[in-house]
Structure formats: C-alpha cells, structure tokens
Design a protein around this ligand. Structure first.
Ligand code: GTP
Ligand code: MG
Length: 402
C-alpha cells in the first residue's frame, strides 16, 4: 500500500533528521548520498519558505505552476511511503495547506528536551483541520535526556493532553532518537523500559481505504481549433474517458467528450493530475468544473469554511474576493461562527465581531455560485484564498450546503 506521510513539529525538533534516518536505515539511499539528500531537503525547504507562499498559491491557482509537494519515498516491510517534510517556522499554515493536503497520516515530532512549543500546537491544529485522522508521536532526542523514562512519560502526558483537545485519542507515542537511530527504523537497546513498537512498525500497520473519487476537471481556458472548441484544464480527481457524458458547473452546460488530447496525441482516458485538452460538443467557460452526469459537481452559494487570517481583519458582513481552483467570485462573510486559537485549537468565542491576523475561525460564506468540495474529500477544490486588495487569508471547506 502506498501511504502519504507528513512530518510535522516545532522548529529544530528533528523532522528532517527523522526523514533522513528512515531513508538511511531502510537502505533507500546509498552511503555518500546522505549529504546530497540533506542538501536537497534544504532546497526543498527553501522552496517552501512561505513568506512567498500566497504568491505561489496564487500561481498554483492560475495553473501557471504546480507546487510539487511530493517528498521522498522509502519502503517499509509492508507499505511504500511518500514523505512530506514541513518546515517548522511560523509561516507553516500557508504551506501546510498544500504540503499536507494529500497526507494519509501524520507524524508529530516533539523533542524530549524542549517538550511542547508553539508549533507543536499549531501543526496539530492544521492536521486536524486538514482532516488527517491517524497520528503518531515521536518523542525525539531521547539521547539528549539520557534516555530517561520519566522525561518520556512527562512529555507523553503533556502532549496527549494537547492532542485530546483536538480530538485525538489513544495516539501511539514512541520514544526515539532520529540522530542515533533509536526506535525509528530499528528498535533501541538503550531504552529497555520501552516495550512498544518502532515508528516504522506502527506505520506498517496503517491501512487506508482509498475509495474511488468522482471526476472533477477544472477548466482553465477554452479556444477554437478550426471549428472545434477545445477545453483546457486539469483533472483534480477521478477519471475521464472518451465518450463520457459530462456536465459543467456552475454554468450547467452538458456535453459529451468527443476527444481527449495531450499535445498532439489522443487519449482514451485521463487520470487525476493530468493536464489535458478535451473536445466537447458545447461551449464552456473558464472557472467551470466538469464532472460525470452520474456524479456531477454541485454549485453552491453558501458553505462553511475554516480560515486562517494572514493579514488585516475580517468582520461579519465584509465583502471580498474568494478564489478556488480557477474560479474567482465575490463573497460575503455571512457569519463568523467560532474564533479559534490556531496554537491550541481552543475556541476563543462564538460569533465574534471580527477576527484578526493569525487567528482562525469557522466562517459561513455567501458566494456567487461556484463549485467547492469538502477539503477532506477533494482537497484541490476544497481550499481557497481570500483576497481584499491583496491576499489576506487561506482556508479549507468544511461543509457544503448542497
Ligand atoms: P526545521 O526544518 O527547521 O523545522 O527543523 P527540523 O525539525 O527539520 O530539525 P532538524 O532535523 O533539522 O534537526 C534540528 C537539530 O536537531 C539538528 O542540529 C539535528 O542534528 C538535531 N537533532 C535531530 N534529531 C536529533 C536527535 O534525535 N538527538 C539529538 N541530540 N539531536 C537531534
Ligand atoms: Mg527540517
């Protein structure tokens, strides 16, 4: 089984080292390539220095560039893993929305010598917001605290309490050292008091049901070739086949797929991630989302989202622009339901008059008709950016009202 893992945790708690350790001990890298990998990881990290994020997000929305969030791969006994590293600095929220959006499970790294820090909570908040249900905790740097059981227990108790406030119960905790290799891929002889599994053993127990998802093709552009109208876009979920009967929303146009093209060649079918041109027997517009007639996208004019504000403030009644996939619509803040502390997940108040920078909230949005999907189901159509003069926030769709 192929499993996507995101590694989260506070700055310097050892996330990248942990990934290096997994790769190294699983013989996924040859000796001598370690430094190279580290360098790659650094570069990778730089790309995600997301002071620039909103711009990149914007680019992604415009489809000028696709942010590649795939990290490195390695094999366990049973599963094949793709790992995403997340830099632990403050700009995390912005990159998590892309970096972790396909993660099946998360590993939270907490350094034994520092315990819970600011981003321990914030990352947990995001994992929770992204709907990641399976979580494991590595209490790292046990070597730095003399491999003492009391330190592990104390850290575990505190972190477990934090996790419980986000609804995570019975989370496995593993005492380890990414640097020395204890209990990550190989079990440790230095912590006799610990009888539990290693990180790779718990990961290998993970099973994920990957249900087939409905077709969602996002229209970027249309143009005429000879007398034909070609619709260009990307499949964000599902499969499209030649001959399929489809519907485009919110415009409501129905049509039949006459042809699927990539450059000059023709395809019988295309899958998630494919950028294609299709020839339909009808006119369609940029911003539309296409699905099969049997499982069509449903346009909505109201949805519940959870957003984090990255600048300015937001009040009930405010009007602004909302961007989702290739669509931009005007929207209104119909109701701010709950203000949430993005460090602890704690609800700081119901129906607040406004929210400010770095605060999160669940918000009911009223919009011009558009297609959105629950983030937990189809992430590409479930995340959005809020714009007021400039980008001021980002969020995910929790519930659609259709
Ligand atoms: P950011 O990406 O900046 O958030 O940091 P990170 O979480 O990826 O931490 P990284 O792996 O870069 O490690 C930070 C520092 O902690 C480095 O100096 C590592 O050598 C050290 N470190 C990582 N794991 C361990 C460990 O198990 N024991 C000890 N003693 N040090 C560790
Ligand atoms: Mg790192």
């Amino acid at each position: 089984m192929n499993i996507n893992v995101v590694i989260v945790g506070h700055v310097d708690h050892g996330k990248s080292t942990l990934i290096g350790r997994l790769l190294y001990d699983s013989d996924s890298i040859k000796e001598g390539r370690v430094e190279e990998i580290q360098k790659l990881a650094e570069e990778y990290k730089k790309r995600f220095e997301f002071a620039y994020f909103l711009d990149s997000f914007d680019d992604e929305l415009k489809e000028e560039r696709t942010i590649d969030t795939t990290g490195v791969m390695f094999k366990g006994e049973k599963n094949l893993y793709s790992i995403t590293d997340v830099p632990g600095h403050k700009e995390f929220i912005k990159n998590m929305l892309t970096g972790a959006s396909h993660a099946d499970v998360a590993v939270l790294v907490v350094a034994a010598d520092e315990g819970i820090q600011e981003q321990t909570g914030r990352h947990t908040f995001l994992i929770h917001m992204l709907g990641i249900k399976q979580l494991f905790v590595v209490v790292n740097k046990m070597d730095a605290v003399g491999y003492r059981e009391e330190v592990f227990q104390d850290t575990r108790d505190k972190v477990a309490q934090l996790l419980a406030s986000f609804g995570y119960q019975d989370v496995p905790f593993i005492p380890g050292s990414a640097m020395e290799g204890d209990n990550i891929y190989k079990s440790s002889v230095r912590m006799e008091w610990y009888k539990g599994p290693t990180l790779i053993e718990v990961l290998d127990e993970v099973e994920i049901s990957k249900e087939p998802k409905p077709l969602r093709f996002v229209v970027q552009d249309t143009y005429k070739v000879d007398s034909e109208s070609v619709v260009v876009g990307r499949i964000e979920s599902g499969t499209l086949r030649k001959g399929d009967s489809v519907v485009f929303q919110p415009s409501g146009v129905r049509g039949k797929i006459r042809n699927i093209r990539v450059f000059q060649s023709e395809l019988q079918q295309a899958e998630r991630g494919d950028s294609i041109g299709i020839v339909v027997d009808r006119e369609v517009k940029r911003g539309d989302v296409c699905g099969l007639v049997e499982a069509p996208p449903i346009p909505t004019e109201e949805f519940l989202g959870e957003a984090v504000l990255l600048g300015k403030s937001l009040r009930a009644g405010d009007r602004l622009e909302l961007r989702c996939a290739t669509r931009r619509v005007s929207c209104q803040i119909k109701e701010i339901r709950e203000k949430i502390n993005s460090e602890t997940g704690e609800v700081m108040g119901r129906h607040p008059a406004e929210i400010n920078e770095n605060e999160a909230a669940t918000i009911l949005f009223a919009t011009a008709p558009l297609v959105v999907e629950k983030f937990s189901e189809i992430p590409e159509l479930g995340r959005f950016v809020l714009v007021k003069d400039k980008n001021i926030g980002a969020g995910v769709v929790l519930e659609t009202t259709n």
